[in-house]
Design a protein. Structure first.
Length: 181
């Protein structure tokens, strides 16, 4: 009986040791995956350029209407949150994040839609987002954002050219920003 109990304890100890080993290996693999994901984001010039926008900006919409935008890194540096004060004084949020060599985004529009877009890997000076899909669209003809081109002119100046589509027509609006000092 004592031999059986000793053998059961040995088996239980071996099982616990194996479980601990698997848990440690899983944690290490998860850490590697997180590190690889972070490295993939760092490797993208477009993502690095996006991160350089952190801070507060003031600008003009269509060269006439004052507006502002701010950028803040969130989620341990894995996402960039844009808060844009639209010309009608409503706030809109856009979340950007790396997607391998690409940058993906979701725009939470004052039109009550959420457009998703993606930009290919670029040199980071001109980042052109193309429409992927939209949620919460009231009808097939309802207005939604379908394109965004960010042009980073220098560390203190950039433009954002937004394209909206609705009722079978597209319209482009230009925002030009200067970093607040």
């Amino acid at each position: 009986m004592r031999g059986l109990a000793t053998r059961r304890l040995s088996i239980a100890a071996a099982a616990l040791a194996a479980l601990a080993l698997f848990a440690a290996a899983g944690a290490a693999a998860g850490g590697d995956a997180a590190h690889q994901h972070a490295q993939a984001g760092k490797a993208s010039p477009a993502w690095e350029s996006m991160k350089s926008l952190q801070g507060d900006w003031e600008g003009l919409y269509q060269s006439k209407v004052k507006t502002s935008v701010s950028y803040r890194l969130v989620s341990n540096g894995t996402a960039l949150m844009e808060t844009l004060v639209a010309p009608d004084a409503s706030d809109m949020v856009t979340m950007y994040h790396p997607d391998g060599e690409r940058v993906a985004m979701t725009h939470y529009c004052s039109e009550n839609t959420q457009s998703r877009m993606r930009a290919p890997g670029t040199d980071g000076k001109r980042i052109a987002f193309s429409f992927v899909d939209v949620s919460n669209l009231a009808s097939p003809d309802a207005m939604r954002m379908t394109g965004l081109v960010l042009t980073l002119k220098d560390p203190d100046h950039f433009s954002a050219q937004w394209t909206g589509t609705g009722m079978g027509k597209s319209d482009t609006s230009l925002f030009e920003f200067t970093r607040k000092k």
